[in-house]
Structures are given as structure tokens and as C-alpha cells.
Design a protein around this ligand. Structure first.
Ligand code: HSE
Length: 398
């Protein structure tokens, strides 16, 4: 029997407890021995919940019990999760987490400690919830040079943008609904400003390109400025606006960014609606691959964490190889990154042509004082140089 402990009995922690209990027999067969949850750490009481039998309020119960070989960290945030994770690893326990904030901030260091202690620090659930994208980048696609990663990695913003597009809702109403449905983070800023997606693409890109990409260096724009007029233009262009977390490995260098982008019908991410997540990975041998599913929610996220628990149980005294090196990746300056841009322009077509060359105007009867057009693919710095005060807004095209 392998003993495990869960730190944090919130949405994800309770889901992990449920999956490990519900599928106990199946997991025993797959691992070759039973995985028993010996402790669940939480400051709260849960009267009537089966967790009561194993509930503790003291981290030391877990830390000082040599029987506990695997610790699940589903507390979220940096404190006290960083301290607890570090101490658990140093005590020779494997740690499995869903905590993208902690992985993005301290993942390199925690993986290094795990390696020194011959255990594993696993974080499948930190990106894309139940979608096994970490395994894909850390293992299945390691024979490929990864050229690009384009992800819809935040369910809340995808839900909001889908509602705005399909139901004609305003941003604020769609956000309230997402919060009521439990999709948004406690602090919705992390979702709508793109910070959550930023941490996730930093983690995925670090694994994809093999050097550490700090989320602090990833250019990040949220969706708060997207309005009904943008949606109307998107419809006219037969495109959708999505918050994309993207990175690319080009001859000029590696870039990464989070920003609302227009996605056309030929793009595999076009049909990813509502709270669902998807990640499009292009490898130089495999070509395009798409990974799609529930990016949040108790059981989908718990499925990923519990899968890590099983991996940890199968590799109790052996660190699984990973290509995430501590060396810092120097990202290309944003100015050098190239995209086509959709531009809303409050001027004449001649003025637009003088700045951007040949353009095809898109006009909406509801917006008589402006029109839209798509630029050729150009570097951000060239766009900035061409843009005049006639540019009302620009949205990149994926
Ligand atoms: N708030 C996140 C989302 C939860 O909406 O995707 C999962 O990380």
C-alpha cells in the first residue's frame, strides 16, 4: 500500500479525494498496490463529509509521517503551498499539484529539489485542467522540435467571449454569469487580464522549448477592452475572438504572448467554445496536433492530479526525466514578433492605404464613422510605426 496526503480540500482537492476513492480498485490494479489517502489537510471542518476520518489541520502530521510517500498540493496560491511543497520534497515525498501559480513561479527549483531527492514533482493539472498536455510536451512529443504552441487555456475568458459573440452579451454581464457558474477565479482579474493564461503558456513553453520561460517576460493582454463592435467585425470576417496563449520557436528566436486574437475557420481552435480548453501544438515531425477537453472543474482537474499520483506511485524512488532546464530563455522582443492585424480605422481609405498599403475595407452599417481591414503579416514595430491616431483598435490575427 502507498500512502498519500492531500493538502487543500477545495474544489480540486475534494475531486482528487473522490477519484482516488471512487476508482480505488482500478487504481490498485494499475499500480499493483493500493493508494490510500491517509491525511487531508485543511483549516476548515467538513461535518458529515467522509473526509472527516482523515482530516488534519497540521501539516506536520503529513511531513513527519514516513509512511506518506505522495503529497497532493491543491491549495493554490504561493503561500503556504511553496513552503509545504519544498519541505515535503526535501523529506523525500513526491508532490503532485494543480497549482499553476506555484509551478510558474518556482517549478524549476521544485523540480530540481525533487531530482536531488530521487522523487517527482508533477503538475499535469496546472495547464489545461484534465487535458494531458504536460505529458505530451514532457514525454510523448520529445522526439519533435516544437515550432509553436497555441492554446485556449482559460475557460472563463473563453466562456465570456463565446457569450459575447453568440448571445450578444456585454463583457460585464458575461463575466458575472461566469462567476455565478463557478468558472472564474476568486479574483476574476487573473482570468480577464490574462494572468492565468500567461502562467500556463510560460509552463507549456518552458517544456516545449527546454529552457525556463519566466511568466514575467511574457507579454500579456486581457479581454477587458473587447467590445460589441469588435464582435460585430469578427462576425463580418467570419472569425471568432479568442484569448490565445501562444508561443513560437522561429529562426529569429522564441516568442510568447497572451492576447485576444481573431481566429479563422480553418484554424483548429475556431470551434473551441464555452469553458472548454484546447492546445494546438506543431512539431517538426508530427505536424499539427490538437488537445481538447475540460480545462477546469473538480473531476477533470482531479483526473489529471490523480494520474500524476499514479505516475508518482509507479516511480517512487526514481525521478522521471524532463527537459525543463533552469537556464533562462531569452525571449524575442515583442517588437520583432510578427502577426497580421485587424484594424478599426476612423479615417479615409486613402489614409489607411498610405499607412498600410493595399487594404480591403469592411464596413458595418452600425459604425458609419469607421471601417475595418486586415494588414499583411508584419512585425509589431512596423505596425506601431505605421499606426496613426486614426487607428481605433487593433486585434492580432492568429
Ligand atoms: N480560472 C481558470 C479558468 C481555472 O477559467 O480556466 C482553471 O485553471
Amino acid at each position: 500500500m502507498v500512502s498519500a496526503a492531500i493538502m487543500g480540500y477545495g474544489t480540486v482537492g475534494a475531486g482528487v479525494f473522490k477519484v482516488l476513492t471512487m476508482n480505488r480498485e482500478l487504481i490498485r490494479e494499475r499500480v499493483g498496490e493500493e493508494i490510500r489517502v491517509k491525511y487531508v489537510l485543511d483549516l476548515r471542518e467538513f461535518p458529515g463529509d467522509p473526509v472527516t476520518d482523515v482530516l488534519t489541520h497540521d501539516f506536520n502530521d503529513i511531513l513527519n509521517d514516513p509512511d506518506v510517500k505522495i503529497v497532493v498540493e491543491t491549495m493554490g496560491g504561493l503561500r503556504p503551498s511553496y513552503d509545504f511543497t519544498k519541505r515535503a520534497l526535501l523529506a523525500g515525498k513526491a508532490v503532485c499539484t494543480s497549482n499553476k501559480e506555484l509551478v510558474a513561479e518556482h517549478g524549476v527549483e521544485l523540480r530540481q529539489i525533487a531530482k536531488e531527492k530521487n522523487v517527482n514533482y508533477l503538475f499535469e493539472a496546472s495547464c489545461g485542467g484534465g487535458i494531458p498536455i504536460i505529458h505530451v510536451l514532457d514525454s510523448a512529443l520529445t522526439a519533435d522540435e516544437i515550432d509553436s504552441v497555441h492554446g485556449i487555456l482559460n475557460g472563463t475568458t473563453n466562456y465570456i467571449l463565446t457569450q459575447m459573440m453568440d448571445e450578444g452579451r456585454e463583457f460585464a454581464d458575461a463575466l458575472k454569469e461566469a462567476q455565478a457558474l463557478g468558472y472564474a477565479e476568486r479574483n476574476p482579474e487573473a482570468d480577464v487580464e490574462g494572468w492565468d493564461a500567461c502562467r500556463k503558456i510560460a509552463i507549456l513553453s518552458s517544456l516545449a522549448y527546454g529552457k525556463h520561460i519566466s511568466y514575467k517576460n511574457v507579454h500579456t493582454e486581457g479581454i477587458t477592452a473587447i467590445d460589441a463592435a469588435d464582435m460585430a467585425y469578427a462576425k463580418a470576417l467570419k472569425m471568432k475572438i479568442r484569448l490565445l496563449a501562444a508561443s513560437g520557436n522561429t529562426a529569429e528566436g522564441v516568442w510568447a504572448m497572451v492576447a485576444p486574437m481573431l481566429v479563422g475557420r480553418k484554424n483548429m481552435l475556431y470551434n473551441v467554445d464555452g469553458v472548454l480548453n484546447a492546445i494546438l501544438v506543431h512539431g517538426n515531425a508530427v505536424g499539427d496536433t490538437l488537445f481538447y477537453g475540460s480545462g477546469a472543474g473538480s473531476l477533470p482537474t482531479a483526473s489529471a492530479v490523480a494520474g500524476d499520483v499514479i505516475s508518482a506511485a509507479r516511480h517512487l524512488n526514481r525521478t522521471m526525466a524532463s527537459d525543463w532546464k533552469a537556464e533562462e530563455m531569452e525571449l524575442m522582443p515583442l517588437d520583432e514578433v510578427k502577426h497580421a492585424f485587424f484594424v478599426r480605422f476612423a479615417g479615409t481609405e486613402e489614409e489607411a492605404r498610405a499607412s498600410f498599403g493595399e487594404i480591403t475595407p469592411v464596413r458595418l452599417p452600425s459604425l458609419p464613422d469607421e471601417f475595418g481591414f486586415v494588414t499583411p503579416v508584419m512585425a509589431e514595430k512596423d505596425f506601431k510605426a505605421a499606426a496613426t491616431d486614426r487607428v481605433v483598435k487593433r486585434i492580432r490575427i492568429a
